[in-house]
Design a binder for this molecule. Structure first.
Ligand code: PLP
Length: 385
């Protein structure tokens, strides 16, 4: 079993970073649940000294994720937020970052409540407009940090345009690719320098692990991230590494079903008389559908729709039976949530209004159940409105 240099996406998902265990031939990389490694003699070891610094299960998942994102090296962290924190450690006091104005709430909290204490500054910009991004860049800017599609309104950012614009000014582009997954979108192909993920979502895919990864392309970034992963120590555990390795083996076929179910549910909702608007990049009515076709392969499993009032949203959320009322996303089971009071509760009401996160907005992370069952569940809940 040897991976050829031209191996394609599904093959990489299954095999990259993994070789049969040299001592037993076990096809699956074992969970190396160990804190230390016995050395042969003083100053002589097998490349492994201490569990925070090196772990073979973590190395395997890091190589796997780097390969499927098309980067040079991956770094596993204890959560998506720890991964984003590691990226932020590339900055020094005085640096400025341009961030999407609808970035993940935890990212906003880290930037706004923690990192501003260290003389870092952030501008929150609608990155779907490259001109606004260009205008927000100052001589102190070091990074542009974007999420596409954004949460929960599925606004897209043109990755190639932002990468060109950033590179022309000597800046790095960081993309949080959690919502799309590398099966749907590979930002490095469009020029991104760093990709981060909450592996908690599609990469692990089974709602049973919390983790994060940074995939890097530049040698200097790789050197620093190698250092800081060990120095700060927010590492991904061996068991979580193993779960993600297991998850990425089925990522391509899971995403095919997430894409198909997402598209079908979006179309159903778009044709329903009680639904005011549907936000899904796969609908021809999505204002950036053409961009979605250029930079995504399939349109993902995330969608949102507006029912016009909190009462209507509450009725749907409390009436569905198959769909689970919960935060998070990207698992095989369908989750339904209310952004205004759940994921975006900490966002001030006026900012929510400005972003379009209304009280009638409902978000669905569409799972891989039979589409007829999902549609029946939603139809029944909408009938109750
Ligand atoms: C969940 C999420 C994160 C944070 O990841 P955790 O694993 O929860 O720390 C970051 N970005 C996006 C887009 C997310 O959905």
């Amino acid at each position: 079993m040897k991976l050829q240099p031209n191996a394609r996406f599904s093959t990489l998902c299954l095999h990259a970073g993994q070789t049969p265990d040299p001592t037993t031939g076990a096809i699956i990389t074992p969970i190396y649940q160990t804190s230390t490694y016995v050395q042969d003699a003083l100053g002589s070891h097998k490349g492994y000294e201490y569990g925070r610094t090196q772990n073979p299960t973590r190395s395997a998942v890091e190589a796997n994720l780097a390969a499927i994102e098309g980067g040079k090296a991956g770094f596993g962290f204890a959560s998506g937020m720890a991964a984003i924190g590691a990226v932020a450690s590339l900055l020094v006091a005085g640096d400025h970052v341009v961030v999407g104005d609808n970035t993940y709430g935890g990212t906003f909290r880290l930037f706004d409540k923690v990192l501003t204490r260290y003389q870092l500054t952030f501008s929150y910009i609608d990155t779907s407009d490259p001109d606004l991004v260009a205008r927000a860049i100052t001589p102190a800017t070091k990074l542009v940090f974007v999420e596409t599609p954004s949460n929960p309104l599925m606004k897209l950012t043109d990755l190639a345009a932002i990468a060109d614009l950033a590179h022309a000014r000597g800046l790095r582009l960081v993309v949080d690719n959690t919502f799309a997954s590398p099966a749907v979108q590979r930002p490095i192909e469009f020029g991104a320098d760093l990709v981060v993920h909450s592996t908690t979502k599609y990469l692990n895919g089974h709602s049973d692990s919390v983790g994060g990864v940074v995939v890097a392309t530049g040698d200097q970034d790789i050197e620093w991230l190698t250092f800081v992963q060990n120095a700060a120590g927010a590492i991904l555990s061996p068991f979580d590494s193993w779960l993600i390795l297991r998850g990425t083996k089925t990522l391509p076929i899971r995403m095919e079903r997430h894409n198909a179910n997402g598209q079908a549910l979006a179309e159903f909702l778009a044709g329903h008389k009680k639904v005011r608007s549907v936000f899904y990049p796969g609908l021809p009515t999505h204002p950036q559908h053409a961009l979605a076709r250029r930079q995504m392969r399939g349109f993902g499993g995330m969608l949102a729709f507006d029912l016009g009032s909190l009462d209507a949203a509450r009725t749907v959320l409390n009436t569905v039976r198959l769909m689970a009322l919960a935060e998070s996303l990207g698992g095989v089971e369908t989750l339904i949530s209310h952004p205004a009071t759940m994921t975006h509760a900490s966002v001030p009401a006026e900012t929510r209004a400005h972003l379009g996160i209304t009280d009638g907005l409902v978000r669905i992370s569409v799972g891989i159940e039979d589409i007829e069952d999902l549609r029946d569940d939603l139809a029944r809940a909408l009938d109750a409105v």
